[in-house]
Design a binder for this molecule. Structure first.
Ligand code: NDP
Length: 326
């Protein structure tokens, strides 16, 4: 027997989440069974713990879009019992049962060996949010980061916190956008040298081009803020579009692309090819200072998840929640 957070749906279509006992034969069929040690809480988890947001196909459902643990059994040559592994993406925790469970059974293709220098707890302190932050930084580097500060929007959230810490560690000046002024000390400790109030960037675009201010941007917010930021980028600079915490619309003009050669880079962590996943996890192990990572962590258990899921949907979670599923 083991414990998992199970979301059930009643006849009226209402969902409810609670910790339940399970047996191994209830797990889906796949090549690798993992004894999960840690998971975390992402915006998508908030949706999947709650009414599903259109992401969950079948109930009962076990959410948890990422996890790290130890292989317990494997029908695939690439993994053997005892191997430490991490999983993000592939619609695990949405279309497939996920990491809010003491055991998970998944395809070998979806796993990545834990990189040297990280333990399973640290891997989930990074989680999908941090992994995506690293993919964003790599995309900005590939396109060239310009001289001005790098803007990070939604900075006190998971993606934003890790992006801030990595960029500062790499020597870039980081300007952190937050709607929570009380997080200033936290953001400065992560390495932000400038704090930008959310209201300053909330207005919709009135002038398609403003002063050339930012040498790059990791954007977790989207919507009107992303549209506004595009007009403030330096000539030839790039924005990594990661999230939609502020909205999925993009009320922008094409002028920043045409007159300033600004690049809008789409970042997807879910279907990312294996080689790039390995590269990103290895970069995380070297370029994310572990003491900064530790400062972002808030511990939690399976029983805390229904509340945390609701909190993250309201933008009330700071940094990274690490869920000890045991
Ligand atoms: P969090 O909730 O931890 O962070 C989002 C942050 O955005 C909040 O902390 C808040 O930061 C800011 N924010 C929230 N609401 C608004 C608003 N209405 N207007 C402006 N800012 C707002 O989520 P994550 O960091 O885990 O994820 C961030 C986004 O990235 C989400 O949209 C998520 O779905 C997406 N994502 C995408 C991935 C991909 O593969 N592309 C992978 C992972 C996440 P502050 O308080 O500092 O203002």
């Amino acid at each position: 027997m083991f414990n998992a957070l199970v979301v059930n749906k009643d006849e009226d279509g209402k969902t409810s989440a609670a910790v339940e006992e399970m047996t191994l034969d209830q797990l889906p069929q796949a090549e690798v069974t993992v004894a999960v040690e840690y998971s975390t809480v992402n915006y998508k988890d908030g949706l999947c713990i709650g009414p599903g947001g259109g992401l969950v196909r079948n109930y009962p459902h076990v959410p948890g879009i990422d996890f790290a643990g130890t292989v317990e059994a494997s029908d695939d040559d690439r993994y053997k019992p005892g191997d430490k592994v991490v999983l993000t993406g592939w619609r695990v925790g949405e279309a497939h049962w996920g990491g809010y469970s003491q055991k998970a059974r998944v395809k070998a293709d979806w796993l990545v060996p834990l990189p040297a220098g990280l333990d399973t707890r640290q891997a989930m302190a990074v989680g999908t949010a941090g992994f995506t932050a690293m993919l964003s930084v790599m995309a900005l580097e590939d396109h060239g980061i310009k001289a001005g500060p790098v803007l990070v929007t939604g900075a006190a959230g998971g993606v934003g916190s890790v992006a801030t810490a990595i960029l500062a560690h790499l020597g870039y000046k980081v300007a952190a956008v937050t709607g929570r002024p009380e997080t200033e000390g936290y953001l400065r400790d992560l390495g932000a040298s400038q704090i930008v109030a959310r209201e300053e960037l909330n207005e919709t675009v009135k002038r398609p081009l403003e002063g050339e201010t930012w040498g790059g941007c990791v954007d977790a917010v989207g919507g009107a803020m992303l549209a506004r930021v595009l007009g403030q980028m330096e000539y030839g600079a790039s924005v990594a579009a990661v999230g939609l915490a502020g909205g999925a619309g993009l009320p922008a003009t094409v002028i920043p692309f045409l007159l300033r050669g600004v690049n809008l880079l789409g970042i997807d962590s879910v279907m990312q090819p294996y080689d790039n996943r390995l590269r990103a996890w290895e970069r995380i192990a070297t370029d994310l200072p572990m003491e900064k990572l530790e400062a972002m962590v808030r511990p939690a258990t399976l029983a805390d998840l229904p509340q945390l899921g609701a909190d993250i949907l309201k933008g009330q979670v700071q940094g990274r929640v690490v869920v000890d599923v045991n």
